[in-house]
Design a protein around this ligand. Structure first.
Ligand code: ADP
Length: 266
């Protein structure tokens, strides 16, 4: 009986220790896996433009007597890859700096702040033959980190521009509901499937890798937009924009506790 009891006791304590180890190590493992995936993705993203650049430069060497005009396609494609890499490295640097700890510096913000942003967007939309409609419904002053909110809106607006065709119509609305500021950016573009909606906020996720790469997409914008929303004690959601297109809705809390807000660990 004593031996059976000891074996049972030993068995139960092994089970409990395994359970506790799993429970305590799990978040560390999840964070490690995410970190690993991030480094792998980042390396992959850098490897592609480097490989293209190498091919293009080798092509230039194969024809040493060619003029710059004759080789203009090779040169401009090479430059576009260099631009891609610069964009990627600066985005990675921004993410590394801000990772898990976006510091918020709230400032009193009134309508003029959004009006200035809208007028810049209007110029961009006109130069790409897209239609932009905006609406601004709030009075008085709000407490917001202006540079982060501008960054967030710009990510959504840039995407709406990128993922709509020539007949692109974009609607940007800003309205206040109690202490919540609701920002929404809707477009009549290609839309996002239900399965992809769950993944687009992941770092480096792009629905159509080949096509978004052509459009200069790196799959980092929405992940950053989500971090900015969370840093404002808010959230971002994506929905369909019937009859066609996508709508991103961001809800930001404009409470006085903003200063201590931290981004949840990803
Ligand atoms: P990217 O730099 O590739 O645009 P994002 O993180 O901003 O990266 O977006 C992730 C992916 O979500 C995009 O590659 C694109 O496939 C999809 N997406 C984002 N915004 C839109 C939109 N307005 N319409 C359709 N697809 C979109």
């Amino acid at each position: 009986i004593i031996i059976t009891t000891m074996v049972m006791f030993w068995f139960i304590s092994v089970i409990i220790s395994l359970y506790l180890a799993n429970w305590t190590l799990r978040p560390v493992m999840v964070a490690y896996e995410k970190q690993k995936a991030f480094v792998e993705n980042a390396s992959h993203e850098l490897r592609t433009p480097l490989a293209i650049l190498q091919n293009r430069l080798e092509l230039l060497f194969q024809n040493p007597n060619a003029t710059i005009i004759e080789e203009s396609e090779n040169i401009s494609e090479s430059l576009s890859e260099v631009r891609n890499m610069r964009l990627l490295t600066s985005n990675l640097l921004n993410m590394a700096r801000q990772d898990n700890n976006i510091k918020i510096s709230p400032e009193a913000t009134d309508k003029e702040f959004f009006e200035a942003i809208f007028s810049n967007y209007q110029l961009l939309a006109e130069s790409s033959d897209k239609t932009l409609k905006t609406s601004l419904k709030f009075d008085g002053s709000l407490s917001l980190d202006q540079s982060l909110v501008k960054q967030l809106l710009t990510i959504l607006f840039d995407n709406a521009m990128k993922y709509t065709g020539e007949d692109g119509e974009i609607q940007v609305d800003v309205q206040k509901n109690g202490s919540t500021l609701i920002l929404s950016v809707a477009d009549n573009g290609e839309g996002i499937s239900a399965g992809d909606k769950k993944k687009i906020f992941d770092r480096f996720y792009r629905v159509d890798k080949a096509r978004t790469r052509q459009k200069g997409g790196l799959g980092l914008g929405l992940s950053l937009a989500q971090q900015i929303a969370e840093a404002h004690n808010g959230r971002i959601a994506v929905e369909d924009n019937p009859p066609r297109g996508t709508k991103f809705v961001v809800r930001l809390r404009t409470s006085p506790s903003l200063k201590s807000a931290k981004v949840s660990k990803k």
